[in-house]
Design a protein around this ligand. Structure first.
Ligand SMILES: [Ca+2]
Ligand SMILES: [Ca+2]
Ligand SMILES: [Ca+2]
Ligand SMILES: [Ca+2]
Length: 280
């Protein structure tokens, strides 16, 4: 049994409302705004990569400036849930229209075992936002492993949106705040948006130990990852003891695994991932 995740009851104080004040983050117009409450988010559980600039500003590997900036990513955990908070310059209303050089939001991608395969995806847009999938195929971005524009040979280490997968859990919560705010960090006139989510740990049943999680947009112009060192997802049996009530609910969901669904049709109001995606 390997339970070595950071059990912190204060994580339960996180409310999934699209506001990151409960993570200890601020809007004072200085660099310290990006530093979370350390009892909630230890140093190994967040990444800050804030930059600014207009559309020509390079984010590496792609361009797009603030409108495509993946700025900061935070992870917290308590005995039953994993919590994610992402701050970005990418509006949830960004249309996904590659013919006009516009790319919508991607999904959260989880790699267990650090082997470069991303087993789980958390949907960020559309009617299934907040649903966790066991992913069988991802979409990828426009850039190759050398950072060159090469859509035919994209860097597989930066998956963008879930293409196919099976539904694991739809009981998580996710809010992608469409109301931008300013004055976070030193670039105090830039607009920021938040994706805040919670996932029950039991949804990762069968996968325990160290994991990485990352997010980017459908062009993968700027990706951001957190590679937690101290926090690992507990083995399922230990979680079962803590959340017996949830188990019945999830097993009901699993009975629906084989129901085919289509995600993100052209009617997707958020416009992300406009290519039809079949979920088996
Ligand atoms: Ca919140
Ligand atoms: Ca960035
Ligand atoms: Ca920024
Ligand atoms: Ca993996």
């Amino acid at each position: 049994m390997s339970i070595c995740f950071s059990l912190d009851a204060s994580a339960a104080s996180i409310t999934i409302d699209g506001d990151v004040a409960d993570w200890g983050l601020h809007r004072n117009g200085n660099r310290a705004d990006w530093l979370p409450n350390p009892s909630l988010v230890p140093a190994s559980q967040y990444t800050v990569e804030d930059q600014t600039g207009y559309s020509g500003a390079r984010l590496f590997p792609g361009y797009g400036g603030q409108a495509y900036d993946a700025e900061a990513f935070y992870i917290a955990m308590d005995s039953t849930n994993l919590y994610l908070a992402l701050v970005t310059g990418l509006s949830p209303n960004t249309v996904n229209d590659p013919a006009h050089n516009s790319y919508g939001p991607g999904d959260f991608a989880f790699d267990f075992g650090g082997d470069g395969t991303f087993e789980f995806g958390l949907e960020t847009t559309g009617s299934q936002a907040g649903s966790l999938y066991r992913v069988s195929a991802w979409d990828y971005g426009l850039w190759d492993t050398n950072g060159n524009y090469n859509p035919g040979n994209p860097d597989l280490s930066h998956p963008t949106s879930i293409m196919t997968g099976s539904l694991v859990s739809s009981v998580g919560q996710l809010i992608y705040n469409s109301n931008p705010f300013k004055n976070m960090g030193v670039f105090n006139n830039d607009n920021h948006y938040v994706i805040e989510a919670s996932i029950p740990l039991i949804a990762f049943s069968g996968f325990s130990g160290k994991f990485d999680v990352q997010w980017t947009m459908n062009c993968a112009n700027d990706a951001i990852a957190v590679d937690p060192i101290l926090s690992t997802v507990p083995e399922p049996n230990s979680v079962l003891l803590l959340s017996a009530g949830l188990v019945g609910l999830l097993s009901m969901r699993r009975n629906n695994y084989l129901l085919a669904r289509v995600l993100h049709t052209a009617n997707d109001p958020n416009g992300a991932g406009n290519r039809p995606r079949t979920v088996l």
